[in-house]
Ligand binder design. Structure first.
Ligand SMILES: C[S@@+](CC[C@H](N)C(=O)[O-])C[C@H]1O[C@@H](n2cnc3c(N)ncnc32)[C@H](O)[C@@H]1O
Length: 371
């Protein structure tokens, strides 16, 4: 089993990603060796060697951007929130970011994995709490202005899905928002159940009972009905809003008119998809990058070993990307660069591609090892 960040190049790429987004040195970067959100990437074809740490932190940061944008649309700010519950926090992929924007003493982070609460308390200063299989058994002795549940409802069987929805709604303050993600049925290749709720008894976890924690695909209209039946009068929903993959719901007991106009968050996605590098440093690199909010990106920056190599325009049509993202308006997202790396450092180095826009300086979106 790969030890997270134990390899020099992986550590370097993760560190450079965090420096790029302005978070280097701001928090604990240790990753729990059994964090499934890390281990699930090991050996996965989508992730290049040495980039797992980079992607682990990017996925946590993308949650932060997504939630911050949701709060802005709702007319709220992190600092306005009293108590925050991060339910199903795992080993803190997102907790480390959350604890930087909300005073950790106001954050409760709960999970069913026995050592997770202690881990998140020790590493991020939040109040870690052990959850339960039975929703009725969860007693936190508090109400919350925001409850965030990332990627748990995407794993629950029907009875638990409904019971956790009811239980977490009970834990909200009157104006509170419960924000949770689900897998939409579009992610299923075939065989969606006629009632809109498909549960399959397998997941990335090899410790949780597959009858309690599998893979769940659910029709948004059904989620909305289940929430309303449990006295959520306000139900808002955006398809594929989390990681451009999971549907996101924001539900509560009071209307939140700003969320009628909930727009996509400014999350950057992109890919270095072609690389050719000669021994003398001549190279050709091409790829794509988009801001999912639809705002234009200004340029792509390529950096090797932390040193900027070039800033290049995003000026090529990539209908293939637009089709995959199902966003025809984002087709002009391609970039390419031909040149020579001045002094290619000896041995292997990490190359990071970042995007800049009018509202952010640098956000890494992909990485690769060269040399
Ligand atoms: C896909 S992981 C997501 C973890 C974390 N939210 C993240 O994005 O990194 C789902 C998490 O749900 C937790 N979980 C499963 N059943 C739970 C329950 N009944 N109460 C609280 N957490 C639970 C698992 O232990 C796991 O950490």
């Amino acid at each position: 089993m790969a030890e997270p960040l134990s390899d020099r190049l992986e550590h370097e790429l993760a560190e450079q990603y965090l420096r790029g987004i302005g978070w280097s040195g701001r928090f604990e970067t240790e990753i729990h060796p059994r964090d499934d959100m890390y281990t699930v990437m090991v050996g996965h074809a989508d992730y290049r060697p040495h980039t797992l740490g980079f992607y682990y932190f990017k996925s946590g940061f993308d949650v932060l951007i997504t939630l911050e944008h949701l709060l802005t649309c709702a007319g709220r700010k992190w600092e306005d929130l009293g108590r925050v519950l991060e339910f199903a926090c795992g080993y803190g992929r997102f907790t480390r970011f959350l604890a930087q924007v909300v005073e950790p003493s106001r954050v409760v982070s709960a999970d069913i994995l026995e050592d997770a609460p202690d881990w998140v308390t020790r590493h991020f200063g939040v109040q870690g709490r052990l959850s339960a299989t039975e929703p009725a058994a969860l007693e936190l002795g508090d109400r919350f202005d925001l409850i965030f549940v990332g990627s748990l409802f995407s794993h629950l069987p029907r009875a638990r899905f409904e019971a956790w929805l009811a239980r977490l709604l009970e834990l909200l303050t009157p104006d509170g928002l419960l924000v949770f993600s689900t897998h939409g049925e579009a992610l299923l290749e075939s065989g969606a159940a006629p009632d809109g709720f498909t549960f399959q008894g397998h997941s990335e976890s090899d410790v949780l009972d597959p009858d309690e924690y599998g893979s769940t695909f659910v029709r948004p209209e059904l989620v909305e009905r289940l929430a309303r039946e449990r006295h959520a009068t306000a139900v808002y929903h955006r398809e594929r809003e989390l990681w451009n993959f999971q549907d996101l719901f924001a539900v509560g007991r009071r209307a939140c008119p700003g969320l009628e106009a909930w727009t996509p968050a400014p999350v950057v996605r992109g890919r270095i998809d072609q690389v050719q590098i000669e021994a003398d440093g001549r190279f050709w690199i091409a790829g794509w990058a988009v801001d999912l909010s639809g705002a234009p990106l200004l340029s792509v920056e390529l950096a090797v070993g932390g040193r900027t190599l070039a800033q290049i325009p995003i000026d090529q049509e990539r209908p293939d990307v637009a089709a995959t993202l199902q966003r025809p308006e984002l087709a002009r997202c391609g970039w390419q660069l031909e040149g020579r790396i001045p002094e290619l450092p000896p041995g292997a180095s990490g190359l990071i591609a970042s995007a800049t826009s009018a509202s952010f300086a640098r956000r890494g979106f992909d990485a690769i090892v060269i040399g």
